[in-house]
Design a protein around this ligand. Structure first.
Ligand SMILES: Nc1ncnc2c1ncn2[C@@H]1O[C@H](COP(=O)(O)OP(=O)(O)OP(=O)(O)O)[C@@H](O)[C@H]1O
Length: 227
């Protein structure tokens, strides 16, 4: 049997909004194997971002059990959750969020600056991940000198540089043309198949979801079907 990366049992998330309680996620249960590439789809407001925030340790569930990379996240303090996230999760955004005044190399190096690695080790890692995403010849370009697809590949390299087992992507191809989107999806597929990364990707695009091994559909905060 495949080893599990994510084991989610009966998790709910509620917020107090004035006098009413809003529950964007209700009693979700599912598992994701190590190295699996999972797509998450659902209409606007169905709870996709809320779930992604729980899976990436940005927020905590209100109830249930959420075990990721062998750690129970339910009930962890903010501080412990932040430490866990730094080690275990790489986050990829729709709009890249690169620092405009830093080169591709410097953007990717940024998350490593607080690590214990020597400068030599740091630089070797940055070079290796930028080569892995096919940007070995763009190390010293600024984001404004790159195409959208290349910027997203820098962002993926930045998410990978700390070698986290889990990558979480929020509409990573939402702002790209078809060809660039396909290249990003191919890269994510390769990261799961060849590098054992577990990937959870939110998308509105059924063609993007086809690149994944499996799709979970959310509807009003609940899982409706597993394809
Ligand atoms: N911090 C919060 N406080 C109160 N309500 C919230 C909060 N975060 C999310 N919600 C509510 O939870 C529901 C789900 O929101 P969420 O952003 O997870 O949906 P989504 O599926 O990602 O939508 P979209 O595709 O539009 O990004 C929405 O009704 C939203 O208003």
């Amino acid at each position: 049997m495949n080893e599990l990366m994510i084991r989610c049992q009966g998790i709910s998330k509620s917020y107090q909004k004035g006098k009413t309680v809003v529950t964007p996620l209700e009693k979700l249960s599912f598992s994701v194997a190590k190295g699996e590439f999972l797509a998450l789809m659902g209409p606007s407001g169905s709870g996709k971002t809320t779930l992604l925030n729980l899976l990436s340790g940005i927020d905590s569930p209100s109830e249930g059990s959420l075990i990721i990379a062998e750690t129970e996240l339910m009930g962890l303090s903010r501080r412990d959750l932040t430490r866990w996230r730094a080690k275990n999760v790489g986050y990829i955004f729709q709009l890249y969020h690169l620092v405009p005044v830093l080169t591709a190399f410097e953007n990717v190096e940024l998350p490593l600056l607080l690590s214990q690695l020597s400068k030599k080790e740091r630089h070797a890692r940055v070079r290796a991940v930028l080569e892995l995403v096919g940007l070995g010849d763009r190390l010293h370009h600024l984001p404004s000198e790159l195409s959208g697809g290349q910027e997203q590949r820098v962002a993926i390299a930045r998410a990978l540089v700390g070698d986290p087992p889990l990558l979480v992507a929020d509409e990573p191809t939402g702002d790209l043309d078809k060809e660039s989107a396909n290249r990003i999806l191919g890269l994510l597929g390769r990261l799961s198949r060849e590098h054992g990364k577990t990937i959870v990707m939110v998308t509105h695009d059924p063609r993007a979801a086809e690149a994944a091994n499996r799709t979970l559909h959310l509807e009003k905060g609940q899982l409706c079907t597993t394809v």
